[in-house]
Design a protein around this ligand. Structure first.
Ligand code: NDP
Length: 275
């Protein structure tokens, strides 16, 4: 256990629900390993009290917090400043209290890119498909479109994908909207950025019988989903979302403390609490 004292700096997470969050385990393990007098606390923040909770960051002198479902978008107008990537994404997952000034960041996209990198998956010059156009898709597409040959976007509701493609086209010229995902063989890398797969009975996001062994399949859900199991059977390289969760947390940790945490300490804590 972390030893709480009068000097302990407080970070945490605002969410509703928040009971299942894995973040306290990885951050508290990392604070302890570096001997930092910080702690990370889950805060169950009902949507009706979000504004009060944000004011409390200043009032209680919290160092900063993570923000999760359902507050990531609603929190934006309540902050003093939003950095560039969080503005593009339209969602904040990390708030830093900089001497009373609340600054919003989004570390999800960088987290995903780092998890690709550490898994040896290169997107350079590749055709990449993202399925889904919600917050997570917006976060990763901001970065993926910097390096891929072409970034393709597909979503159940076409208008949401259209809006994301329009926004990306303001800053990139290699983004394309896809209206059906029957030609799955066209893509080097396919990423599921929908919640399909969270539940056992969920259908697969696409027909996995079309996959070839040369393809890579990623799922942002942080467990080995049926999609990844099917892709493995086909011989594809696969990547689950746990690495993204780890690295987005690690980047938030750096923003709050200015220190580099020990990656393996955070990863072990995460894996232990994800069982
Ligand atoms: P959002 O609610 O913002 O977006 C969900 C997206 O999935 C939308 O495009 C939605 O389509 C689509 N979708 C939802 N249900 C279905 C369905 N039944 N069939 C087809 N499409 C569907 O969620 P997020 O973008 O925040 O999260 C998406 C996933 O990514 C979640 O599983 C989440 O757990 C994971 N995630 C993982 C992170 C990590 O660190 N590993 C970080 C953030 C998210 P429509 O527009 O039509 O509703």
């Amino acid at each position: 256990m972390i030893q709480i004292s009068g000097r302990t700096k407080i970070t945490g997470i605002f969410g509703h629900p928040v009971e299942h969050t894995l973040s306290p385990a990885m951050h508290n393990a990392a604070f302890k390993a570096l001997g930092l007098n910080y702690c990370y606390v889950p805060f169950l923040v009902h949507p009706d009290y979000l504004e009060d909770a944000i004011k409390a960051i200043r009032a209680l002198n919290l160092c900063g917090v993570n923000v999760t479902v359902p507050h990531k978008e609603k929190v934006m107008p309540l902050l003093d400043e939003i950095n560039e990537e969080a503005s593009f994404i339209g969602a904040v997952n990390t708030i830093v209290n900089s001497e009373g000034r609340l600054i919003g960041y989004n570390t999800d996209g960088r987290g995903f890119m780092q998890s690709l990198l550490e898994s040896g998956i290169s997107v350079e010059g590749k055709n990449v498909l993202i399925i889904g156009a919600g917050g997570a898709s917006r976060a990763i597409s901001y970065y993926l479109s910097q390096n891929t040959k072409t970034l393709y976007l597909y979503n159940r509701s076409k208008n949401r994908a259209e809006k994301l493609v329009q926004d990306l086209k303001k800053i990139r010229n290699n983004v394309s909207l896809i209206e059906d995902i029957s030609s799955i063989e066209r893509y080097h890398i396919i990423i599921n950025a929908t919640p399909l797969g969270l539940k056992k009975e969920d259908p697969l996001p696409f027909d996995t019988s079309l996959l070839r062994a040369e393809q890579t399949v990623c799922d942002l859900i942080y467990k080995k989903t049926r999609l990844l199991e099917e892709a493995s059977k086909k011989g594809c390289v696969t990547l689950e979302g746990l690495g993204m969760l780890l690295w987005q947390g690690l980047f938030a940790f750096e923003l709050w403390t200015g220190k580099k945490p020990q990656v393996e300490v955070m990863r072990n804590a995460l894996m232990k609490s994800n069982k």
